[in-house]
Design a protein around this ligand. Structure first.
Ligand code: ADP
Ligand code: ASP
Ligand code: MG
Length: 409
C-alpha cells in the first residue's frame, strides 16, 4: 500500500451532535474515500456527552477516582465511533470502529491528562488493507497497567495528529464547527477574520492561550513531526472549504504584528500567602506540581523585602484546581506558609503574532487600551510572539472585542 495515500480526519463533538450531522459526516468521509485515499477517522464524543458525563459523576461523588473518571469519559468517544461506522455502513461502505485500546494507543498512567507513548500501527494497517475506513475513538488510550486513560480536554485533536504522525499520513484534516482558525473566536467578535495559513509557533500560542479550536499538545506533536494540519468546517461544501493550513514559518507570515486575540476563561489562580523569602521555595512548590504533571501557566511573586515574606501566585487550568490545592496545602505546611487562596474569577487575554518580534510598542498599546477601558491587569506574561494578561473574568469578552478592534480590524 502507498503510505502517502493515507489521510487522517478528525470530527469534533459538535460535528457529530445528532443523527443528521452524523449522516452528513459519513457522506463526507465516503467522498474522501471515493477519491482513492486510505482513511483513518478520529471521532469525538457526540455533542455535550463529555460535559454531561462529568456532571453525572459530580452528582454521585464530589471526588471520584480519576481511574473511574477516565473509564466513564472514554465511553463518550465510543458512542461517537460506533454511530459514525453505522452511518457509513448504511451508505454502503466498509468501516470498522476501534477504541484506543483496540488500536494500541499506549499512554503513561497520568489519568485525565495522559501522554501518548506509542501507537501500534499493525491493526490499523491490517484494517486499511481490508479496505475498511477505520474509525478511531479520540481522546483515549491505554496505560501499561491496562487502564483506560484520557488525554485531557480536547484530546481528540491530539489522537488525530499522533495517528497522522505514526501513519505518515499526507494530511491531518480537523473538521469542526467553524471555517478555520480566525483572528479571534468568531462567536465573540463577528468581525473575526479567517486566517488562511498559520505557522506552528503561532498556532501553539493561539492554542495555549485559550483558542480551544485545537488542543495545544496536538500542535506540539504536529510541529515536531512536521504534520500538515488542515482545519476545516464540517458544514461547508468541500469545494468552498479552504479552511486554515498550519505549516512551518514562511516570510510573509512575519508582516502582521498581531495575528489574533484569545481569551481563556478556563483558568484559576492559586496564591500561597506568606512564604519565606529564601532560596528553594519556588523550586519546591513548582517541583511538586511538575511531579504530578500539573502545568503551571503564569507565575507572579510579590516580595516584601523588609519582612522577608513573599506571596506566590500562579494560574493553572480549572480542571487542575482541586489537585493543585491539595498539593499546595501539603507544601504550605512544610514551608510554614500562612494560607492558600484560590480565585476562579480570572480570565487570560492574549494577543499573538510572530510580527511582534519586529514591531515595538505592541505591549504598551495593549496595556493602554485595557486601562482606557478600566480593565485592571492582575498578572502579565510575555513570550517573543505573545503578550498575556490575567484580568477579571467578567471583562474577558469585552477585552477581546476591544483588542481585536484595535489590532485586527
Ligand atoms: P470540536 O467539537 O470540533 O472539537 P471545539 O468546540 O473544541 O470544536 O472548538 C471549536 C470552537 O473553538 C469554535 O466553535 C470557536 O468558538 C472556538 N474558537 C476559539 N478561538 C477560536 C479561533 N481563534 N478560531 C476559530 N475558533 C475558535
Ligand atoms: N470529548 C473530549 C472533550 O470533550 C475530547 C474532545 O472532544 O476532543 O474534551
Ligand atoms: Mg475540540
Amino acid at each position: 500500500m502507498n503510505k502517502k495515500s493515507i489521510v487522517v480526519q478528525k470530527y469534533g463533538g459538535t460535528s457529530v451532535g445528532d443523527a443528521d450531522k452524523i449522516k452528513r459526516v459519513a457522506a463526507r468521509i465516503i467522498d474522501k474515500k471515493k477519491s482513492g485515499k486510505s482513511l483513518v477517522v478520529v471521532v469525538s464524543a457526540p455533542g455535550n456527552t463529555t460535559d454531561n458525563l462529568i456532571a453525572m459523576a459530580d452528582s454521585i461523588s464530589p471526588d471520584p477516582e480519576i481511574r473511574e473518571m477516565d473509564m466513564l469519559l472514554a465511553t463518550g468517544e465510543q458512542q461517537g465511533i460506533a454511530l459514525v461506522a453505522m452511518a457509513i455502513h448504511e451508505q454502503g461502505y466498509k468501516a470498522i470502529s476501534l477504541t484506543g485500546q483496540q488500536v494500541g494507543i499506549m499512554t503513561d498512567s497520568a489519568h485525565s491528562r495522559a501522554r501518548i507513548k506509542s501507537i501500534n500501527t499493525k491493526k490499523l494497517k491490517k484494517e486499511l488493507d481490508r479496505d475498511n475506513i477505520v474509525i478511531v475513538a479520540g481522546f483515549q488510550g491505554i496505560s501499561a497497567e491496562e487502564n483506560i486513560t484520557t488525554l485531557g480536554r480536547g484530546g481528540s485533536d491530539l489522537s488525530a495528529v499522533a495517528l497522522a504522525a505514526v501513519l505518515d499520513a499526507e494530511v491531518c484534516e480537523i473538521y469542526t464547527d467553524v471555517d478555520g482558525i480566525f483572528s479571534t473566536d468568531p462567536s465573540i467578535a463577528p468581525k473575526a477574520q479567517k486566517i488562511d495559513r498559520i505557522s506552528y509557533d503561532e498556532m501553539l500560542e493561539f492554542s495555549s492561550a485559550g483558542a480551544k479550536v485545537l488542543q495545544s499538545r496536538s500542535v506540539e506533536v504536529a510541529k515536531k513531526n512536521n504534520i500538515k494540519v488542515h482545519i476545516k468546517s464540517s458544514y461547508t461544501e468541500e469545494e468552498k472549504n479552504s479552511g486554515t493550513i498550519i505549516m512551518k514559518k514562511t516570510k510573509d507570515l512575519e508582516q502582521v504584528a498581531v495575528r489574533g486575540v484569545t481569551v481563556d476563561k478556563n483558568q484559576v489562580r492559586i496564591s500561597i500567602i506568606g512564604v519565606s523569602d529564601t532560596p528553594g521555595v519556588a523550586a519546591k512548590i513548582f517541583g511538586e506540581l511538575a511531579k504530578e504533571n500539573i502545568n503551571v501557566d503564569m507565575i507572579i511573586q510579590s516580595s516584601a523585602h523588609e519582612t522577608g515574606i513573599n506571596d506566590i501566585s500562579f494560574t493553572v487550568k480549572s480542571e487542575m484546581l482541586k489537585r493543585t490545592v491539595e498539593i499546595c496545602s501539603h507544601i504550605k505546611n512544610n514551608l510554614k506558609a500562612q494560607k492558600v487562596i484560590t480565585d476562579k474569577n480570572v480570565a487570560k487575554i492574549s494577543i499573538i503574532g510572530v510580527g511582534m518580534r519586529s514591531h515595538a510598542g505592541v505591549a504598551a498599546r495593549m496595556f493602554e487600551l485595557l486601562s482606557e477601558n478600566n480593565i485592571n491587569i492582575e498578572m502579565i506574561s510575555t513570550s517573543e510572539i505573545k503578550i498575556s494578561c490575567v484580568i477579571d473574568s467578567a471583562k474577558g469578552k469585552s477585552a477581546v472585542k476591544i483588542l481585536h478592534k484595535a489590532f485586527c480590524e
